[in-house]
Design a protein around this ligand. Structure first.
Ligand code: F6P
Length: 312
């Protein structure tokens, strides 16, 4: 697999050589808790096996839905917020060229993919409606609960647009719902109207859901190869199973963060040099912030995209 390298050489000023080794006992204990499911939040560990152990029938339905959208739509409108949005946005930006969404219709192979329902901005919605114009479009609405305010509002608006353009039945054929298997407002609506629907697995928290239908359908519609994506993730899942700190670079990163945090270094920067990696950083911020921030012990996360500088 293409390797992501972790380089700790510049840390020697802050962390003594022996300090990493001293973390091994803690890392082994944490790894055992994680793998055996004996720690807090153990119901939400399915992301550990997701790249290898996923619903293959549903995966094929995702590919079929992506083909249909590619054949009948110029635009896919993806509605979702937080974990139901950032992973797909990150992957599509990262995997395609910087101007993917700007290529004109007569030159593009795959639909434009736009995200909405992640803010309450009425001007953003208005601008997107204008941008779609009279062109054919489909909607992928993504929400586990089906009641989150921002995506619910956006879905109402774009569903009305679909009905006005294609009629009730035609609209139902262009709505793809990614939601809970059994519960929630969106599940009920999808079943009642016969929308093609996909499941957000119970054991995968929203922010870890990029390799579920949450991320996979929009990514597949954009033309990226989701078979290769899952294969790469499966290789990574194998590579990062070793709890030996000298062998596992992901655990090295975690251990160094922990050492630094306890020394009072509580601000973490993720820098990148490519504009199409901007949402990789946004996704990372949410992963870290939402995972660590809920018990008041989090790093403050920033991202930098040279030359763009944000501190948020
Ligand atoms: O999928 P739903 O129910 O609309 O919830 C979305 C929320 O859930 C999360 O994905 C996880 O808590 C948040 O990031 C997001 O704001």
């Amino acid at each position: 697999m293409a390797h992501i390298k972790f380089d700790s050489s510049k840390l020697s000023k802050f962390v003594h050589d022996n300090e990493l080794g001293e973390m091994q006992a803690m890392v082994t204990a944490a790894d055992t808790e994680l793998r055996q499911g004996t720690g807090a939040g153990s119901d939400f560990r399915d992301w550990l096996t997701l790249p290898k152990d996923f619903d293959k029938d549903e995966f094929n339905r995702i590919k079929a839905a992506a083909k249909k959208i590619q054949s009948d739509s110029k635009v896919l409108v993806v509605i979702g917020i937080g974990g139901s949005y950032l992973g797909a946005k990150m992957a599509i930006d990262f995997l395609h060229d910087a101007f993917f969404n700007y290529v004109p219709d007569d030159q593009r192979v795959f639909p434009q993919v736009f995200f909405v329902g992640n803010s309450l901005s009425s001007s953003y919605v208005y601008d997107l409606i204008n941008l779609i114009g009279n062109r054919d479009f489909s909607v992928n609405v993504i929400s586990k609960s089906g009641t989150t305010t921002e995506p619910s509002i956006a879905f109402r608006i774009f569903k009305e647009k679909l009905i006005a353009k294609y009629g009730e039945d035609g609209a139902s054929e262009r709505i793809y719902a990614t939601t809970d298997k059994q519960r929630g407002a969106l599940r009920q609506e999808a079943d009642a109207h016969g929308y093609e629907s996909f499941v957000i697995p119970d054991g995968v928290g929203g922010r870890y859901s990029v390799l579920t239908p949450v991320g996979l359908l929009p990514i597949a519609v954009s033309g990226a190869n989701i078979d290769d994506l899952m294969k790469g993730a499966a290789d990574a899942a194998t590579e990062y199973t070793n709890s030996d700190l000298t062998k596992n670079e992901a655990y090295q990163y975690a251990a160094y963060r922990n050492i630094l945090y306890r020394k009072g270094y509580t601000t973490e920067l993720l820098e990148n040099y490519e504009p199409n990696m901007m949402y990789l950083s946004e996704w990372w911020k949410q992963l870290m912030g939402e995972s660590e921030g809920k018990d008041q012990r989090a790093f403050i996360h920033h991202r930098l995209t040279f030359q763009l500088i944000y501190t948020h």
